[in-house]
Design a protein around this ligand. Structure first.
Ligand SMILES: Cc1ncc(C[n+]2csc(CCOP(=O)(O)OP(=O)(O)O)c2C)c(N)n1
Ligand SMILES: [Mg+2]
Length: 658
């Protein structure tokens, strides 16, 4: 190759410029629809990325005719990962953001976000900056020194949290790192946090890149088909069932399988219980919709789960909340059929694995089950169970005066707050939550009216996800209002991104539920015999020396106002209704609205007598703990191993040749 030809086929750019140019040219495609894989890049600059990726983003922003990778300045690196994850989830994992952070704490701040993305199986590209690859001036500011290994950096902490990790120590390594990263981001089985660690000197180093590295590239998001034999076996098991049930997980949404699930349920009459990620798989009011299942389930779904003889998991990873710590499915000989794109999840509970895209598998299974339906008794049982539960929801949303008369002045119940937001928001609006007592209550109570109307992050249940995630959802879909339900504890973890919402004029509605501490962990603590220890925000008592003094004089409404939000403080149900209407009418580019409401943490949502396994101290000086331990041991006896084989015993099966 002559040097002239060489000049024509390569382009000289820094590693950081190459990263930005490459990312701007990536597309995803599914069902014939194409979209940019990266909506942009969030970042916070410091040493390590200000002159590398920062310079490249600036050059990209100022360039005419170049594909743009919009840059958004965030306030906290953990938060910008949350924003990206929420965006990607709202986009059914077909689009996401990149996140750039500076060396050291800027980068490690993203670790919690990385874990959250990987656990929830949501794509996000993380670009932590690394210390010098050459190590010429080591140790540099914020560098970890480990006497036992010269090549370890703080960014190695991303390895166990990422589905793909690479460190680009030489420019030549970049193309394979980028291509590997894109493969994982767009693979429904592998996806999660994808990390490319970029040492600060390498970011700024120039290299001659082949021009085709930057050609537009389309990543097709697969819809793997099920194997015919698995569909036949699954159909045979379901045909043998008298009381089957579906458990719908997040995979139903990511695959866009809601209509296929509805057709399956309508043809067979099989009822559906939903995990947190799967909630909204069937619309509220559908006769087979039994709502939440598991520890935070409805009485309807949990009653059906307890007696189900065949459980069909669709796109669920079977977390302990979904199985009520393996106590929800109690029928003798209960068998599982798992439809999942990931063999890893499809094999759980020793289930019959149908490894496939949820939409494709459900469509094939509906055809294979032609002529099969549950009997009328099972259908009427569903209807009766649901109407009893729906009445309980009405009671929580609109409590009787017996309950409200006992509330202190200006306080509401959490159920009233959720009911008001559910009833006064539009069907397409999105409710968002992550940690505290609200995720469980919302899982039970919320009436989901649109496939993208429900967004509770309950894989990692990360306090602080709510405010940054609300921005991601709104950026992903400006036609919907977002109602972020956040407790005072969660708000205090991460109010920072209200400032980012102000900067970007992003309208989000944050409903800040002030109950002066941890309603959730307080109740959990009490149920485990730990007397709500250390769970409320109070002064240390002068005589007791314990955190049992007066409520702290914290004004979160003033805090939100100081960050630039429009704040509405409410002290009654009427004022709450007015506030929600005001928020609905707030201009689309008006920035964040915060509704501050105080609730009584001692009024609980209706119970479904379900369980969650949280170990209690085996020995204790406290009566409360000893009582709780006795109850705990009783519950442990109801736990099932769920390991029975699903297929017939080979020595008894007709096809056996031995
Ligand atoms: C980052 C993080 N730290 C700790 C926890 C454990 N945790 C779960 S809920 C909770 C309290 C939440 O308080 P708040 O947001 O006020 O909600 P409430 O329980 O009062 O409804 C805590 C500490 C968590 N989920 N995430
Ligand atoms: Mg609280």
């Amino acid at each position: 190759m002559t040097s002239d030809t060489h000049a024509a086929t390569t382009v000289r750019l820094t590693v950081a410029q190459a990263v930005v140019r490459f990312l701007a040219h990536q597309w995803s495609e599914r069902d014939g629809e194409r979209q940019k894989l990266f909506a942009g890049c969030f970042g916070i600059f410091g040493h390590g990325n200000v002159a590398g990726i920062g310079q490249a983003l600036l050059q990209n922003e100022l360039a005419d005719g170049e594909e743009h990778l919009p840059y958004v300045l965030a306030r906290n690196e953990q938060a910008m990962v949350h924003t990206s994850v929420a965006y990607a989830r709202q986009k059914d994992r077909l689009q996401t953001w990149a996140c750039t952070a500076s060396v050291g704490p800027g980068s490690t701040n993203m670790l919690t976000g990385a874990a959250l993305a990987t656990i929830n199986r949501i794509p996000v590209l993380l670009l932590p900056s690394g210390t010098f690859a050459t190590r010429v001036s080591a140790p540099v500011l914020q560098e970890l020194e480990q006497p036992y290994a010269g090549d370890v950096t703080v960014n190695d902490a991303f390895r166990p949290l990422s589905r793909f990790f690479d460190r680009v120590s030489r420019p030549e390594q970049l193309p394979s790192a980028l291509l590997g990263a894109m493969r994982v981001l767009t693979d429904p089985v592998e996806t999660g946090a994808v990390t490319i660690s970029l040492p600060q000197d390498v970011q700024a180093e120039a290299h001659d890149w082949p021009v085709e590295l930057f050609a537009p590239r389309v990543w097709r998001v697969a819809r793997p088909l099920p194997e015919a034999v698995d569909v036949e076996d699954a159909a045979a098991i379901i045909r043998s069932a008298r009381r089957p049930m579906v458990v719908a997980g997040g995979g139903v949404h990511y695959s866009g399988a809601e209509s296929a699930l509805q057709a399956f349920c309508e043809a067979t009459g099989i009822p559906v219980g939903e995990s947190q990620a799967g909630k909204g798989s069937l619309p509220h009011g559908h006769p087979q919709q039994m709502g939440a299942v598991g520890s935070t389930g409805t009485t309807a779904a949990n009653a059906l789960a307890a007696e189900a003889d065949v459980v069909i998991g669709v796109g669920t990873r079977w977390s302990d909340f979904t199985t009520a710590s393996r106590t929800a499915f109690r029928a003798e000989g209960v068998r599982f059929v798992n439809i999942n794109v990931a063999r890893f999840d499809a094999g759980k509970h020793a289930g019959l694995s149908v490894v496939a895209d949820a939409r494709e598998a459900l469509t094939a299974l509906t055809a294979a089950l032609q002529g099969y339906a549950v009997d009328d008794a099972h259908r009427s049982r569903q209807a009766a169970l649901w109407s009893a539960w729906d009445a309980a929801v009405e009671g929580a949303f609109h409590p009787s005066t017996d309950v409200t008369d006992r509330l202190a002045d200006g306080l509401l119940t959490q159920g009233q707050v959720l009911g008001a937001v559910n009833e006064l928001s539009d069907p397409r609006d999105v409710v968002l939550c992550a940690a505290g007592s609200m995720p469980g209550d919302i899982h039970k109570l919320w009436r989901v009216r649109d496939r993208k109307g429900y967004h509770v992050e309950y894989g990692y249940s990360c306090m602080g996800y709510e405010v940054p995630a609300s921005i991601g959802i709104r950026l992903a879909d400006e036609s919907r209002d977002v109602f972020a339900m956040v407790g005072d504890g969660g708000y205090l973890m991460m109010p920072t991104e209200l400032v980012t919402a102000v900067q970007e004029r992003v309208k989000v509605v944050v409903v800040l539920v002030q109950n002066h501490g941890f309603h959730s962990i307080g109740s959990l603590s009490e149920s485990l015999g730990s007397q709500r220890f250390g769970t409320s925000y109070r002064f240390r008592g002068e005589s007791s020396g314990r955190l049992d003094g007066d409520v702290l004089p914290v004004d979160l409404a003033a805090n939100a106002r100081s960050l630039g939000a429009h704040v509405i403080e409410v002290h009654s149900l009427d004022e709450l209704h007015q506030a929600i209407k005001e928020a609905k009418a707030w201009p689309a580019d008006g920035g964040p609205v915060v509704i501050h409401v105080e609730t009584d943490p001692l009024v609980h949502a209706p119970d479904s007598a379900s369980w969650w396994d949280v170990p209690v101290s085996e020995v204790s000086d406290l009566d409360t703990t000893r009582t709780a331990y006795a109850e705990y041991r009783d519950h442990k006896t109801t736990q099932r191993p769920l390991v029975a084989p699903t297929r017939p015993n080979p020595s008894e099966s007709a096809e056996s040749t031995s």
